[in-house]
Each structure stands twice: as structure tokens, then as C-alpha cells.
Design a protein around this ligand. Structure first.
Ligand SMILES: [Zn+2]
Length: 173
């Protein structure tokens, strides 16, 4: 279910909202004028390589796609730039910040969490890692993997968006 479909009553006046078709992306209450847009959330990730060319991937410690490979990343906080979000997510998940961030591509994603499927826009970067990983966030990461880029199996990647971005990453090598 989409987040908008979970709202059956107007948050402004508590009246029942009419049925909305799947093309409608916002709540528009005809009683009180309350309007709310359900825009995609922004998320970031980076394919970061060290000097020997290996790329850092993490195994996801939780759903969705638990056990699958993904580059470190996550949702952008309010007020944060994409670049700052990448650096923060790396620091939190694998204990080191990447350098030399360069934009790679964006991919729409659908992020299923509990009963809702959130629309997300993933932004992918390429980056460099100049040192070893530090303390790993075991809530998010079950393993840190250094992999030869062409050896990563697309089927092992966490999301369709990850697979599409990874193809573009391989094209840059
Ligand atoms: Zn209302």
C-alpha cells in the first residue's frame, strides 16, 4: 500500500476522505482545504573503491532485502545535501568517510517497510576510500565486503535500482 492510501481521514479536520485513484499523489480535503503531497523520499549511496580497485559493499542486516549486497547509503535528512548524506551514512555504517565524491546517476526505487511501499529517488555516487573501515553499525550491516567490481553478481544486489546503477558504475571503470 502507498503511504497516501493509509490516510483515510483528513489530518486537518478528521473528516473521511473520498476514495482516491492511484494517479493521485496528494491529499486534498474539500472540507477544510488541507493539502499534503506525497513526494518521493531522497536516498543516496556510493560505490567507493580503494587504491587496489576493489569496491566496498555491505550485506544488509535488515529488511528490505536482508542479506543482499548494497553500497553504503540511506535516506537524506532534512536540510542535508546529498554529498553530506553520503558522508554521514558511510561514517555511521562503516566508520569511514569517502572522498572524491562524483555524481553517477539516479534511479527511482520502491522501498517496502512494514505495511507501506514508499516511493524513493536513489542518487548514486562514485567515491574513493583512502583508509580501512572502522566501527560497523551491526543494526544496518551484517558484513563489510571488498569485492572486485566485475565479480559482483547482479542477483546478489539489494534492489532493482542498485542493479541499474551498478551497471552504470561498471561502465565508468
Ligand atoms: Zn479536512
Amino acid at each position: 500500500m502507498r503511504p497516501i492510501d493509509a490516510f483515510r481521514y483528513c489530518p486537518g479536520c478528521s473528516r473521511a476522505l473520498p476514495e482516491r485513484d492511484t494517479e493521485v499523489l496528494f491529499i486534498d480535503c474539500s472540507f477544510c482545504g488541507f493539502r499534503y503531497y506525497f513526494n518521493p523520499a531522497a536516498a543516496v549511496a556510493a560505490f567507493a573503491r580503494r587504491a587496489d580497485g576493489q569496491v566496498l559493499m555491505i550485506r544488509r542486516a535488515r529488511e528490505p532485502s536482508i542479506g543482499r549486497l548494497a553500497p553504503p547509503g540511506g535516506f537524506v535528512d532534512p536540510g542535508e545535501t546529498y554529498e553530506a548524506a553520503v558522508r554521514r551514512e558511510f561514517r555511521e555504517e562503516v566508520g569511514i568517510e569517502p572522498s572524491g565524491l562524483r555524481y553517477l546517476c539516479s534511479q527511482p526505487n520502491r522501498y517496502a517497510y512494514r505495511n507501506l511501499v514508499y516511493p524513493v529517488l536513489d542518487l548514486y555516487f562514485v567515491a574513493r576510500l583512502d583508509g580501512p573501515t572502522g566501527i560497523v553499525d551491526s543494526n544496518e550491516v551484517s558484513a563489510v565486503c571488498w569485492l572486485t567490481p566485475c565479480d559482483v553478481s547482479p542477483a546478489d544486489l539489494a534492489f532493482d535500482s542498485t542493479r541499474k546503477a551498478y551497471e552504470q558504475f561498471l561502465d565508468t571503470l
